[in-house]
Design a protein around this ligand. Structure first.
Ligand SMILES: *Cc1c(COP(=O)(O)O)cnc(C)c1O
Length: 748
């Protein structure tokens, strides 16, 4: 980028009479004029993902271009505070961790100079925006394009036609530059051509509880897959015409979870159309595709009805059946037992459906989990049969997050402190953070760290006062649980613990309690009844606590509205304690935990996902681990877990849990709380009672919270634990993850 020329032109911008949106568009467009994407080499990697949770790009792009400070200064001279653009809402083309991971990987690919090209969908409406009404979640459509989309370029001339049996759809690419050592491209496709066509890129995760909804999901997934494959094949043909023998050498395609798995039969379909035999096409597919698994929750593993596929994608359905036959043939040859064959089956007779995960597992060259424990679990359980025969296909790549967004941008104060000790190199070479270990016992450093934490908390509390209307004063220890709302993440367990704190404080049982804030942030899927009940319940508890003058200066709860990437940036920088309390074995990795760690929060959590690696790197003594380990949960699941006898033996918790039904709180007769209570004590919707083992871990959780609270009294001792977490977070940079993908999976 010609930095000087850009800044010169920026100086010339006339700000008079322009509002935030206009200025945002003008400055962004100006920057775009100076951004030249890097030449695409023959060999590169493609990353297919149904979500890209990019967040606000304005600051991040200016930062990556190396002009953020100058732009800020020039605007200041003109009387504009650069924070003005925080009014421009984030585009949320993703839901949570999976989409944010894709965004961090794009960032890191560019930063470390790997040719990595993203493919996704340009949803007209991203994830809904959240409001609370009387503590109930309400959803508002996220019309993000009303602010304009100056960071993308529509590539009309590269549009393609995607064919379904009943309709043709135009896939029009919008290219977003991803800036770093290289400038890569994230290509998002918009569906056009008719009203029906436009629905395909209408919303992220349309409800799939009806046949129409399921068809729309299939259309979305195929749309993305076919557009990406069409693009990759076309690029290839520019170099080699219709000689496909270099295709596998030049392409690696990463399937981020199963949503883009249709890319497999689609590539085979296209290559067949070009004249290759099915078997040659399958052979190529087996070399280029790799699959990342993100979950072992059975309800999240995709199966598509053959009947639905036949209706709109008959050829794809046929090819999936062929792949199924190839798999069966291969399995017989390699001596899979009947049980192993059944477990790896692509077409599942009993369901009359295709398993997208098994399709990916059979075809993929490499399959990876996203944290060490998760990779072990998929080898041991979910994909055990395939692992028994093809251990060489399995890899682990522990997730990471981009330190440029999650430390440099989110926490300039802590970044300055780090710069002072070890210089500025960590932005590109995060392993250098290790050098901070030399300062973790340094009195002066710790005092400065405490100051920074205090400042970030103060900033967050003022922001919360402004946006949520909750006033928080004085020195507080800040506990935060922010992530999608899901039963396995156990926000409900935190709710119980919070209520217990409140009752114990009132009864004078907690001496020397450090004034605390419990912060929640989460969206529930619109149709997820129980998750919505949990939101309402937490809001009820918070209302009770915050209204009580007796505990007021000591305990405050806040449930932030519209938790998103920008909010996350503020929260991770401020938190003292990161709550990561999923049922062991169920959080594949988590990435929120890494953002908190980088910013010096201790992890208070279970031995799950990347928490295990966090504790391994930063030391058990600097984090707070509690609860059942995976092995114990697996045993309990086999039988012998009785939540009701637990409640009988623990009247103090029984009292808490019964606030769901005893009238302490009201859900306005909506039935949410009764259903939650039943799910814990009787079991509901195919699950056993307390399916996520809250009562197994609750008392230990509570005691661990109290322990951390008491430890905080020694502020310097606690700061040392926190700072050790910063110093040892170097493993969790997505630069490290993406290099591992490049070396071990893509062979770039
Ligand atoms: C990082 C992030 C997540 C993922 O959080 P987990 O705690 O790993 O589930 C979800 N949403 C947003 C907005 C994030 O920034």
């Amino acid at each position: 980028m010609e930095k000087k020329k850009f800044l010169e032109e920026l100086r010339k911008i006339d700000i008079n009479g322009k509002d935030a949106t206009q200025l945002y568009n003008e400055i962004s467009s100006l920057a775009m004029k100076y951004i030249q994407t890097s030449e695409k080499p023959n060999r590169c990697a493609s990353y297919l993902s149904i979500e890209f949770l990019i967040g606000r790009v304005f600051y991040n792009n200016l930062l990556e271009l190396g002009v953020l400070r100058e732009v800020s200064e020039i605007l200041k001279e003109k009387g504009v505070n650069i924070a003005l653009f925080e009014e421009i809402e984030d585009a949320a083309l993703g839901n949570g961790g999976l989409g944010r991971l894709a965004a961090c990987y794009m960032d890191s690919g560019a930063a470390v100079g790997i040719p990595l090209y993203g493919y996704g969908i340009r949803y007209k409406y991203g994830l809904f925006r959240q409001k609370f009404e009387d503590g109930f979640q309400k959803e508002i459509p996220d019309d993000w394009q009303r602010f304009g989309d100056p960071w993308s370029i529509r590539k009309e001339e590269e549009k393609q036609i995607i064919r379904f049996a009943d309709m043709e759809v135009h896939a029009v690419p919008y290219d977003m530059p991803i800036i770093g050592k290289r400038i890569n491209v994230l290509r998002l496709y918009q569906a056009e051509g008719s009203e029906e066509a436009e629905k395909i890129s209408g919303v992220l995760y349309p409800p799939d509880d009806t046949e129409e909804g399921k068809l729309l999901r299939i259309r979305q997934e195929y749309f993305l897959s076919a557009a990406a494959m069409g693009d990759i094949v076309r690029e290839y043909e520019k170099r080699h015409g219709n000689d496909y023998k270099y295709f596998a050498e030049e392409n690696s395609i990463q399937l981020n979870d199963t949503h883009p798995v249709f890319a497999i039969p689609e590539l085979i379909r296209v290559l067949k159309e070009k004249g290759l035999s099915y078997l040659s096409a399958l052979k190529i597919a087996k070399q280029v595709f790799n699959y990342t698994n993100h979950t072992i929750l059975p309800e999240a593993l995709e199966h598509w009805d053959v009947r639905l596929l036949k209706k709109i994608l008959p050829e794809i359905s046929e090819i999936l059946l062929s792949i199924n036959s190839s798999a069966r043939w291969r399995h017989r040859k390699e001596g899979y037992t009947p049980q192993e064959s059944a477990a790896t089956s692509i077409y599942i007779h009993s369901r009359r459906a295709f398993s997208m995960a098994n399709t990916a597992v059979f075809v993929a060259n490499k399959i990876n989990g996203v944290a060490e424990i998760h990779s072990e679990i998929i080898k041991r359980n979910l994909f055990a049969a395939e692992y028994a025969h093809h251990p060489e296909k399995f890899e682990n790549v522990t997730n990471g997050v981009a330190q440029r967004r999650w430390l440099e941008l989110a926490n300039p104060e802590l970044s300055a402190l780090i710069d002072k000790q070890i210089g500025r190199n960590w932005r590109e070479h995060f392993e250098e953070l290790d050098k901070l270990n030399a300062y973790t016992a340094n009195e002066e450093t710790l005092l400065e760290f405490i100051q920074v934490k205090g400042k970030k908390k103060e900033q967050l509390f003022r922001y919360i006062e402004k946006t949520e209307g909750v006033k928080i004063d004085g020195e507080r220890i800040l506990y935060a649980q922010v992530k999608r709302l899901h039963e396995y993440k156990r926000q409900l367990m935190t709710a119980f613990a919070l209520l217990r704190l409140y009752y114990d404080l009132k009864e004078g049982k907690l001496k020397d309690f450090t004034p605390s804030v419990f912060l929640f942030g989460a969206k529930s899927a619109p149709s997820y009844f129980r998750a919505k009940g949990i939101i309402k319940y937490i809001n009820e508890i918070i209302k009770l606590i915050n209204a009580d003058p007796e505990t007021n200066g000591r305990l405050t709860g806040v449930f932030v509205t519209e938790y998103n990437v920008s909010y996350a940036e503020k929260i991770v920088a401020a938190a003292d304690v990161s709550l990561q309390v999923s049922t062991a074995g169920l959080e594949a990795s988590g990435t929120g935990n890494m953002k908190f760690m980088m910013n010096g929060a201790v992890t208070l959590g279970t031995m799950d996902g990347a928490n295990i690696e966090i504790v391994e790197k930063a030391g058990g003594e600097n984090n707070y681990i509690f609860g059942a380990r995976v092995e114990e949960i697996e045993e309990l699941r086999k039988g012998g877990y009785d939540p009701n006898s637990y409640l009988k033996e623990h009247p103090e918790w029984k009292k808490i849990v019964e606030t769901l039904t005893d009238g302490t709180f009201s859900d306005e007769k909506m039935g949410y709380f009764r259903e939650l209570y039943d799910s814990l004590t009787i079991g509901a919707s195919w699950h056993k009672p307390d399916h996520y083992f809250i009562f197994r871990d609750l008392e230990e959780y509570y005691q661990t919270i109290l322990q951390s609270n008491y430890d905080y009294k020694n502020r310097k001792g606690f700061a040392q634990k926190q700072f050790k977490n910063v110093a040892n977070s170097f493993h969790f940079s997505s630069d490290r993850s993406i290099k591992e993908y490049a070396e071990r999976i893509w062979q770039l």
